[in-house]
Design a protein around this ligand. Structure first.
Ligand SMILES: CC(C)(COP(=O)(O)OP(=O)(O)OC[C@H]1O[C@@H](n2cnc3c(N)ncnc32)[C@H](O)[C@@H]1OP(=O)(O)O)[C@@H](O)C(=O)NCCC(=O)NCCS
Length: 150
């Protein structure tokens, strides 16, 4: 399978919203306009994974603060269910790491999301906190995870 990685563009927002609805059903999936707003925001970086020009995965990160060393926050990551388990999520995360080079990275993940937690732990993230009912719609709990700058 030939997967191409590159920046996500405004024209991909509708497709990303479609994937979100599949991946985060019941947990406030982002609509197209949310992706457009994220893409327009300064200090954000969004990566896309494409197969035959179709977006099959996306991931985004925000840079926080104005002075170095910066901190970063992963905002979202998702892979089309038909393409999961082929290393695409890991590759997308690596694209975010390139953007965040030299900075500490934080994220929140549902405590029951074993796949994502395994991915993050294998990439150097550690659990540093627990946020009760972090996800508004489902009321699910989250771990805060942190990857030290390197
Ligand atoms: C989390 C997600 C992005 C991973 O993407 P992916 O392309 O399937 O993941 P990869 O193939 O790159 O796998 C990377 C690692 O994740 C973990 N992982 C992936 N799928 C897993 C599963 N079903 N069970 C346990 N661990 C799993 C493994 O550690 C894996 O490494 P390995 O293959 O060396 O064992 C994807 O499952 C997804 O889109 N989930 C729904 C959306 C979501 O939960 N996003 C995260 C919100 S915080």
């Amino acid at each position: 399978m030939n997967v191409e990685y590159g920046p996500l563009a405004g024209g991909d927002a509708a497709r990303c919203a479609e994937l979100e609805a599949q991946l985060f059903d019941g947990d406030d999936p982002w609509p197209e306009r949310a992706f457009l707003a994220e893409l327009a925001a300064k200090h954000n970086y969004y990566a896309a994974a494409r197969v035959d020009d179709k977006v099959v995965g996306y991931a985004g990160i925000a840079r926080l603060g104005r002075v170095k060393p910066y901190e970063y926050e992963v905002h979202t990551i998702g892979v089309d269910p038909a393409y999961q388990g082929h290393g695409i999520g890991r590759q997308l995360l690596h694209r975010l790491f390139e953007f965040a080079e030299g900075g500490t990275i934080f994220l929140e993940v549902r405590t029951d999301n074993a796949a994502a937690i395994a991915l993050y732990e294998s990439e150097g993230f550690e659990r540093i906190g627990f946020r009760k009912r972090y996800y508004r719609v489902s009321g699910a709990d989250a771990y805060t995870m942190k990857r030290e700058r390197r």
